[in-house]
Design a protein around this ligand. Structure first.
Ligand SMILES: Cc1ncc(COP(=O)(O)O)c(C=O)c1O
Ligand SMILES: N[C@@H](CCOP(=O)(O)O)C(=O)O
Length: 410
C-alpha cells in the first residue's frame, strides 16, 4: 500500500480507464487490468488468464421501478457472465497464475497439483484455469448436492473429481487435511490470492460508475470470502484516493444456511457453526464458513447488514427478476430477496444507488427453474410459474389459446 500510495488516486483511475477494452496481454482481463493492485510482481508470461472480469453492470430499470416501489437507481453486477459461469474466475486466475509461477523455473517448486472443496463453482473455475495451464486439478465435491451443469465442468476439463458422501463442510475439512499431507496447493478462498482477484469486481463497479460510489452493495454469502473481497476492493480505492468513501455492504444468506445471519442477530456475540440444510441456492449451502472473521470485519467497517431469505422468498425474487429480462441464479435470488426486505423496511430508499451482485449464471441452475415453473416444489406456491401450454397443432386450437391469453389486448 505504501508503494501504491506514492501515486495519487487520479493516476490509478486514469491508468485503469486506459486499459478497458484492450487486448494487450494481460490487461484485457478485468482482473489483470488492475495488476498493480492485485499481484504486482508477477511476470506477465506466468499469468493464466481467460480474460475474465469486465462483466456487465446492468441497470435493472423495470425491476426497480415496477417491483421495488419506484427504485430508480438499481443495478445488477453480472459477475456470473464469465468464462466458467461464476465470479470464481476472478480469484482463480490469480491463484493459478501464482501456482504456475511457483512451478516454473527459477522457483521450480514441487507442487503436484491444486485442490479445492466445492459446492460447484470453485471447482469449475479451478479445473478450467488448471486445464489452460496444464496443471493437475483435484476437486472434492459433496455427492448429489451440486447441479449437473456444475458437475460436468471439472469432468470435461479433465480434473480428478472425488464425489464424497458428505456435505461441503465435510469436503472442506478433508481437503485441508489432505493438502497438509500432500504437495497439493489449496485453492479455496482461505487463500488470500483468491480474494485479491475477487476484489477487482468492487473496483470495476466504481470504474463503471465513473468512480462514483454506490450507496449499497448486496452480496450473497456462503464461505464468506467474497463479502470481504468486496470490502477490500472498495476500501483500497478509498485509502488510495480513487474515491472518498465506501458503500454499505449487505451480506445475504439462505435461511437454510444462515450461520452469519444468526451471528449478526446475536449482536456478534456468538458464532455457532451449523449443519446447513439443502437450499435451491446450493452453492451457498455452507454451515461453517472459513472466512467468517473476515466477513465480520467487512460488515463492521461498512455499517453493514446481514439478511436472510427463505426458499420461497429467494425463488420468487429470482423468478420475478427473470420476468424483467434477467436469467438469475438462486444465489442472486437470495440477494434480491434481501433487497426486497430492506426496501420494504425503508432501510434502502427509492433513490439509493444499489448494486446487487449476481454471482453465477442462471443456466448453471436450470433444474431449480424447471421445478419452479412446473410448480413441483413442495410447500411453495411458485407464484411466478409460467409453464408452457400444450396445444394441438391446429389453427383453431392455437387461436383459442392466444385469445384467452391476450384477452382485452387484441
Ligand atoms: C454462485 C455463488 N454465489 C455465492 C457464493 C458465496 O460466496 P462466498 O463463499 O465467497 O461467500 C458462492 C460460493 O460460495 C457461489 O458459488
Ligand atoms: N461456493 C463455493 C464454496 C467454496 O468457496 P470458496 O470461495 O472458499 O472456494 C464453491 O463454488 O465451491
Amino acid at each position: 500500500m505504501d508503494a501504491l500510495a506514492r501515486f495519487p488516486g487520479s493516476y490509478w483511475r486514469d491508468l485503469f480507464d486506459s486499459r478497458v477494452g484492450r487486448t494487450t496481454w494481460p490487461f484485457g482481463s478485468g482482473v489483470w487490468s488492475k495488476k498493480e493492485f492485485v499481484l504486482p510482481e508477477i511476470d506477465p508470461d506466468h499469468i493464466v488468464s481467460l480474460f475474465e472480469g469486465n462483466s456487465n453492470l446492468f441497470w435493472a430499470e423495470r425491476l426497480g421501478r415496477d417491483h421495488l416501489a419506484g427504485m430508480n437507481d438499481l443495478w445488477v453486477k453480472h459477475c456470473g457472465i464469465s468464462h466458467t459461469g461464476s465470479f470464481k474466475d476472478l480469484g482463480m486466475t490469480v491463484l493459478v497464475s501464482q501456482v504456475n509461477r511457483l512451478r516454473r523455473a527459477p522457483l521450480s517448486r514441487p507442487i503436484a497439483g491444486v485442490g479445492c472443496a466445492s459446492t460447484g463453482d470453485t471447482s469449475a473455475a479451478l479445473s478450467a484455469y488448471c486445464a489452460a495451464a496444464g496443471i493437475p486439478a483435484i476437486v472434492f465435491l459433496p455427492a448429489n448436492r451440486i447441479s449437473l451443469e456444475q458437475l460436468i465442468q471439472p469432468i470435461a476439463n479433465g480434473a480428478t473429481v472425488l464425489s464424497l458422501d458428505t456435505d461441503f463442510d465435510g469436503c472442506m475439512r478433508l481437503i485441508r487435511e489432505v493438502t497438509a499431507e500432500l504437495p497439493i496447493y489449496l485453492a479455496n478462498s482461505l487463500n488470500s490470492l483468491r480474494l485479491e482477484g475477487q476484489k477487482t469486481a468492487a473496483i470495476e463497479i466504481l470504474q463503471q460508475f465513473d468512480w462514483e460510489v454506490p450507496d449499497w452493495v448486496i452480496v450473497p454469502g456462503g464461505n464468506l470470502g467474497n463479502i470481504y473481497a468486496f470490502y477490500k476492493g472498495f476500501e483500497m480505492c478509498r485509502v488510495l484516493g480513487l474515491v472518498d468513501r465506501v458503500p454499505r455492504l449487505v451480506c445475504a444468506q439462505a435461511a437454510n444456511a444462515n450461520p452469519l445471519y444468526r451471528y449478526y442477530k446475536s449482536g456478534w456475540t456468538e458464532f455457532t457453526p451449523q449443519v446447513a440444510e439443502p437450499t435451491f441456492a446450493s452453492a451457498i449451502q455452507i454451515g461453517d464458513p472459513v472466512s467468517v472473521d473476515r466477513a465480520v470485519v467487512a460488515l463492521k467497517a461498512t455499517d453493514g447488514i446481514v439478511e436472510e431469505a427463505t426458499e420461497e422468498e429467494l425463488m420468487n425474487a429470482m423468478s420475478l427478476a427473470d420476468r424483467t429480462g434477467m436469467f438469475a441464479c438462486p444465489h442472486t435470488g437470495v440477494a434480491l430477496a434481501a433487497l426486497f426486505k430492506l426496501r420494504d423496511q425503508r432501510i434502502i430508499g427509492p433513490n439509493d444507488r444499489t448494486v446487487v451482485v449476481s454471482t453465477a449464471h442462471g443456466l448453471k441452475f436450470s433444474q431449480s427453474k424447471i421445478d419452479y415453473h412446473d410448480s413441483k416444489i413442495e410447500d411453495m406456491a411458485c407464484k411466478y410459474a409460467n409453464p408452457p401450454v400444450s396445444v394441438k397443432a391446429d389453427f383453431g386450437a392455437v387461436m383459442d389459446v392466444l385469445k384467452k391469453r391476450l384477452k382485452g389486448k387484441l
